[in-house]
Ligand binder design. Structure first.
Ligand code: NOJ
Length: 584
């Protein structure tokens, strides 16, 4: 148990490791990661030094959206294991001093969810149908959708059912939005929160946290902003779909459930809202924390990074009692080693450039992996020295780049599925490829595509299933270059990304336990190209972190250099490098 994890407010300064279960570790050889696979890697995670794991959905699902289409919120997908496997995983994690966070998906269910099936069967006007957002269509026979909204994954946001009505789906058509004005929905999700809390879960990550409250009544649907789905960032709470004030009533209600437990359960919201509204979700009488995605959106640019840090610290101050979060990568964005290794264009065009690069299978721009890796090393140290919680996405500790050239016919993400005919988007699978654990388990180059392997999986799956037959290939193809990033290779290399993460996390735990107060973190002016800050260190000295983005080396202050992300000599900090110093 880390000292931090013995406190009830452990989550304020936590390092949370995101597990995307289907791609983390496969224990039974079916090519899909599973819960027993997570349990088998708890030692690895303990050695890494994380305080908690957050599991993306592992519930029964048809995988229309990587598990975010949940058929049963209070169960484990049989392909991923059983409730007993889950309980065992929680037990092993807790014994290792690691907390467990699960993902709650309350904006929509899967279309196969029993409540949606009941809504379909019960017909228009029924109480069952009121649990979702059904409307009559336009046109003489209701043959047109209620309005022209486009879903976030492409295609119409309304789907017609056999009796003629239409239901709203902001995401895939297999993900009908639920109606949070219906009391049954409140009861259903409170039951789910209690269910997982009773199974020892320490906290929750709330999917699409800013989307639950909707107002589809004040203005006729066909007179609403045709781009209301896409116009997510709203300053004045007037969007019919996003970031409405009433959403906070739901989280205050949930806080009462969280506080039924000792210690109270914790939650972090995925809320894509304007920075000045983040603190509303993070307030301690609501979720407690919210993701600050500015790092994940920033390119390797000193101004973008500085503004991400300042926005995070400011939002933490506004919550009075909570802390901010730092996120560089997750299962929805291209891996940051690749992002930082692509041409660095102004922030506004950066994501478009990455999308364009993916669309062309990683050929349209040169990806400088060496440079991207150097920057990623500097970035994680800059991030982990800051007050607040850091979320690490699986494989980031291995420095994995994005797999940009997955063949189109092997993709699973719905985004390319809807746009495939037009080939305008490649989707999010490139960061969801199963992890490489073991460099001795190397696939043979496949005939059909020289870059990818079959027949072995870098230790993602066992060689054989329990019945002795060969394991299935991983559900997404692994590139042959994965070998150099395998955990065993990095374990044996002192200079690897994995060992940098281990050392950084262990120093963070010993040097920075004193306080996580945002107010104690002070910016240091070391010139425009340098991001530098200081905080009190646990031994009463001042801790400082310096990152140099500029080409000219920077003179470091006097003190003990405890860690550097790259070579530092003669007190000079080179470009794209971070150092941690205990100041004299
Ligand atoms: C956010 C999740 O992170 C993403 O993966 C998912 O597609 C959407 N929410 C819809 O649930």
């Amino acid at each position: 148990m880390t000292a931090n994890n013995m406190r009830d407010d452990w989550w304020k300064q936590a390092v949370v490791y995101q597990v995307y279960p289907r791609s983390f570790k496969d224990a039974n050889g079916d090519g899909l990661g599973d819960i027993a696979g997570v349990t088998s890697k708890i030692d690895y995670l303990k050695q890494l030094g994380v305080d908690a794991i957050w599991l993306s959905p592992f519930y029964p699902s048809d995988l229309a959206d990587g598990g975010y289409d949940v058929i049963d919120y209070r169960n484990v997908d049989p392909r991923l294991g059983t409730m007993d496997d889950f309980d065992e995983m929680v037990k092993v994690a807790h014994e290792a001093g690691i907390k467990v966070i699960v993902d709650i998906v309350p904006n929509h269910t899967a279309d196969k969810h029993v409540l949606f099936q009941e809504a379909l069967a019960a017909g228009p006007g029924s109480p069952e149908r009121d649990r979702y957002i059904f409307r009559d269509g336009r046109g003489e026979h209701g043959e047109l959708p209620p309005n022209d909204w486009i879903s976030l994954f492409g295609g119409p946001a309304w789907q017609q059912v056999p009796d003629g009505q239409w239901y709203l789906h902001i995401f895939a058509k297999e993900q009908p939005d639920v109606n949070w004005k219906n009391p049954d929905i409140h009861e259903e999700f409170k039951k789910t929160l209690r269910f997982w809390s009773d199974h020892g879960t320490d906290g929750f990550r709330i999917d699409v946290a800013h989307g639950l409250a909707k107002d589809l009544e004040s203005v006729p649907l066909d007179q609403m902003d045709p781009l209301a789905v896409q116009h997510g960032l709203c300053h004045d709470f007037t969007s019919p779909l996003w970031d409405r004030k009433e959403v906070h009533d739901i989280y205050r209600e949930w806080r009462e459930v969280f506080n039924e437990y000792n210690p109270p359960r914790f939650a972090v919201g995925e809320a894509w809202v304007v920075p000045e509204h983040q603190h509303l979700y993070a307030s301690t009488d609501e979720l407690g924390q919210v993701f600050n995605f500015e790092f994940a959106e920033a390119n390797w640019d000193v101004d973008a990074m500085r503004s991400a840090i300042l926005a995070g610290l400011k939002s933490a101050e506004e919550t009075h009692g909570s802390t901010t979060t730092w996120v560089m990568s997750n299962h929805d964005v291209p891996r940051h080693v690749s992002r930082y290794g692509l041409p660095q264009v102004p922030a506004s065009s950066h994501h478009q450039l990455a999308k364009d690069w993916l669309l062309r299978d990683g050929t349209s721009y040169f990806e400088d992996r060496e440079l991207g890796t150097k920057r990623a090393r500097a970035a994680i140290m800059m991030e982990l020295g800051l007050p607040g919680s850091t979320y690490i996405y699986q494989g980031e500790e291995l420095g994995l780049p994005e797999v940009a050239d997955i063949p189109w016919d092997r993709l699973e993400d719905p985004t390319p599925f809807f746009t495939r005919e037009r080939f305008i988007e490649k989707g999010r699978d490139g960061c969801r490829v199963p992890l490489p654990w073991d460099s001795s388990d190397v696939p043979a180059p496949a005939e059909w595509n020289a870059g990818f392997g079959t027949g072995a999986s870098f230790g993602f799956s066992p060689a054989t299933k329990a019945d002795g037959t060969a394991s299935a290939d991983p559900h997404l193809p692994q590139p042959l270059w994965y070998k150099q990033y395998a955990a065993d290779v990095e374990d044996a290399d002192d200079a690897s990304m994995l060992n940098l993460y281990r050392t950084t996390l262990s120093l963070r735990a010993t040097l920075l336990t004193a306080t996580g107060d945002t107010a104690d973190c002070a910016a240091v002016d070391a010139g425009h190209d340098v991001i530098a800050y200081t905080r009190p260190s646990a031994d009463g000295r001042r801790f400082a972190s310096y990152t140099n983005f500029g080409s000219a080396p920077v003179e470091l202050p006097a003190g003990e250099i405890v860690l550097a992300s790259g070579d530092v000599a003669d007190g000079q900090l080179p470009q794209d490098t971070t150092v941690w110093i205990l100041l004299d």
